[in-house]
Design a protein around this ligand. Structure first.
Ligand SMILES: Nc1ncnc2c1ncn2[C@@H]1O[C@H](COP(=O)(O)OP(=O)(O)O)[C@@H](O)[C@H]1O
Ligand SMILES: [Mg+2]
Length: 222
């Protein structure tokens, strides 16, 4: 069964439809790139897939459960335990260290302290930042901040990781490092990935590429 499914999804702002008739089936562990020009609706679609916003038509199913009908409490729960998100501008909490940022989602899930410690030390190692664990976000480079954000998004081993132009604000080398981590870590733990990008080369870490234009997916239902 698909881990995440969009069926006939549409979204409008006031009277203007910005997404129409979008279908997506994401298998467990599958990586899909969503490629398209600025303004074509990529972020809007990702927000619907992640339950940050609700569609005006169609449905979004996470493990078969309709996200668009979930109560706010259930949505918050699913977002913490089954979904991870990475943004273009990192969104680390500036008053927490790298390590504390990583721990936060697991604390919200009320994991036992020893398990939080073990998981975070494994992850900070995996993203190559063990030596920066105690640093504040303001002391980290963009690439380092994004590696912390990737580790944080994957901490609870989500079924699906949603990444919105995660390399859009990074230089080429740091961007490449973040892409490799996204591919390797999701592969290792069996998380699926939806990677929004306008870079053809970034899309190469994915199994499948969907092209979007004007609120539609061009290469058909996929
Ligand atoms: N909150 C909003 N209110 C009104 N229009 C919006 C809103 N968010 C996005 N849009 C419009 O929806 C379209 C798609 O935007 P977006 O999903 O951000 O595109 P992309 O991420 O592909 O650049 C754009 O025309 C944008 O102006
Ligand atoms: Mg966008």
């Amino acid at each position: 069964m698909a881990v995440l499914q969009a069926k006939g999804v549409g979204k409008r702002f006031e009277t203007r439809w910005v997404l129409r008739a979008l279908d997506l089936e994401l298998e467990a562990g599958e990586r899909v790139a969503l490629l398209g020009p600025s303004g074509c609706g990529k972020t809007t679609f990702l927000n619907l897939l992640g339950g940050l916003d609700r569609p005006d038509e169609g449905s979004i199913l996470l493990d078969g459960e309709p996200l668009h009908q979930a109560s706010p409490a259930r949505l918050a729960d699913l977002r913490r335990s089954r979904l991870g998100t990475v943004f273009q501008f990192f969104h680390l909490i500036p008053t927490l260290t790298a390590e504390e940022n990583l721990e936060l989602p697991l604390r919200m899930l009320k994991w036992p302290e020893a398990r939080i410690r073990a998981r975070c030390s494994e992850l900070i190692d995996a993203v190559g930042l063990a030596h920066r664990a105690g640093a504040w976000p303001s002391e980290l480079s963009g690439g380092e901040m994004q590696r912390v954000a990737v580790a944080r998004a994957l901490a609870a081993r989500p079924a699906v990781l949603l990444a919105d132009e995660p390399t859009g604000n990074l230089d080429r080398a740091s961007g490449q490092a973040v892409l490799s981590l996204l591919a390797d870590l999701t592969e290792q733990q069996g998380s699926a990935l939806v990677l929004v990008t306008h870079s053809e080369s970034a899309a190469r870490i994915c199994h499948r590429v969907l092209h979007m234009e004007d609120g539609r997916i061009l290469n058909g239902a996929a």
